[in-house]
Design a protein around this ligand. Structure first.
Ligand SMILES: NC(=O)c1ccc[n+]([C@@H]2O[C@H](COP(=O)([O-])OP(=O)(O)OC[C@H]3O[C@@H](n4cnc5c(N)ncnc54)[C@H](OP(=O)(O)O)[C@@H]3O)[C@@H](O)[C@H]2O)c1
Length: 323
């Protein structure tokens, strides 16, 4: 018998911390949805920022989750009840139970913990789709900024696995340890991306900062190179000298990527997530977890994440799961 009410992390504008665990209704599963008991979630800065600032009371945040299939609800081809899975929702994964279609989950391989698996979906799939926009990267010079961030750390490892010569840009030298292994070209430290110029030009640049960083990136592309913009961690307003493209990097392109649009277009994330989790199981994709707490600590962890008090992913465990 599936519960009709569950506990969920919910935005409450009247709560001093803005995020609180509340009892909410669980809408019945749709046809072709399995029911998953969530054991671990990971936090991404984008969703946490929104939850702590603009989201209205009653909003249920949450993208990444890991858990156990509690009920297959008779869905054909579903993994059996008790299977460990990870997945991604557009909203509402920070709770005890979710109903999801098979296209939103993948099985967690042996040797991969629920905490590690919960770190993969949003950051890993974003990095994967962004890297794919670069085409065949064997031997290509790739520059990734924000390399110490959640997406950045996945992107440098996936680009290195694809055979690229990877240049990682970080702004704090003490983050070198997070990116050094995958940075097959160089680790570039500096306040702005301009420090990377002497290592260029590049075939492919992944920018998640916008602003001055994206502006600098547009001047470092090879002819027919590609820059992909996925975020505006610094600023969404950008100016750049288009002459640098006409005359210096003729044929170069600026593309954008939104992971939820990509997943909607593909109709499923299951195969890509299975592949990424398989890389984790083989030790080829490493997850750096910066903090692991019980989900009752959501407010403290959300604040610490936004204040950048730790490096690496934030994982929260739900009751019943071992720390
Ligand atoms: N398009 C999509 O589908 C998609 C999906 C997911 C995320 N995103 C976007 O991608 C970006 C990265 O996401 P994430 O979860 O990896 O975030 P994150 O963990 O906060 O990583 C941000 C990275 O940017 C660096 N950074 C440099 N200058 C910064 C500045 N002025 N402000 C903030 N960070 C700065 C950070 O350096 P430090 O380590 O030194 O702090 C860190 O390496 C975000 O903008 C996010 O909104 C886009």
């Amino acid at each position: 018998m599936i519960a009709t009410q569950i506990k969920a992390i919910t935005v409450d504008e009247n709560d001093e911390h803005r995020l609180a665990i509340r009892t909410v209704d669980l809408v019945p599963a749709l046809q072709a949805e399995v029911t998953i008991r969530i054991t671990a979630i990971s936090l991404n800065r984008g969703e946490v920022r929104r939850a702590l600032t603009t989201s209205l009371t009653g909003t249920r945040p949450g993208w990444d989750f890991a858990g156990i299939i509690e009920d297959t609800n008779g869905v054909t081809d579903a993994p059996p009840a008790g299977s460990r899975v990870a997945g991604l929702l557009a909203v509402g994964s920070w709770c005890e139970l979710v109903h999801v279609p098979l296209g939103s989950i993948a099985m967690i391989p042996d040797g991969v913990s629920d905490a590690e698996a919960a770190c993969i979906p949003l950051a890993g799939l974003t990095a994967l789709h962004a890297i794919r926009k670069g085409g065949f990267l064997l031997g290509k010079k790739v520059l990734i900024n924000g390399a110490s961030g959640g997406v950045g750390q996945m992107a440098i490892q996936l680009a290195a696995l694809a055979g690229a010569v990877v240049y990682s840009h970080i702004r704090q030298e003490h983050h070198r340890i997070l990116v050094e292994e995958a940075s097959t070209g160089a680790v570039i430290t500096g306040a702005t991306l301009d420090e990377a110029k002497s290592h260029g030009p590049f075939d492919f640049i992944l920018d998640s900062l916008g602003g001055a960083s994206l502006s600098a990136a547009m001047g470092m592309l090879k002819k027919n190179g590609t820059c992909i913009t996925i975020g505006a961690s610094d600023s969404a307003t950008v100016t750049f000298d288009s002459n640098l493209l006409f005359f210096g990097s003729s044929g170069a392109a600026l593309k954008s990527m939104n992971i939820f649009h990509e997943i909607a277009a593909a109709g499923s994330l299951a195969d890509d997530l299975e592949m990424l989790l398989g890389l984790v199981a083989k030790g080829k994709l490493k997850i750096k977890i910066g903090t692991e707490k019980e989900w009752t600590e959501i407010s403290a962890v959300a604040t610490a994440l936004m204040e950048r008090r730790f490096s690496g992913k934030a994982v929260l465990h739900l009751p019943g799961a071992l720390l």
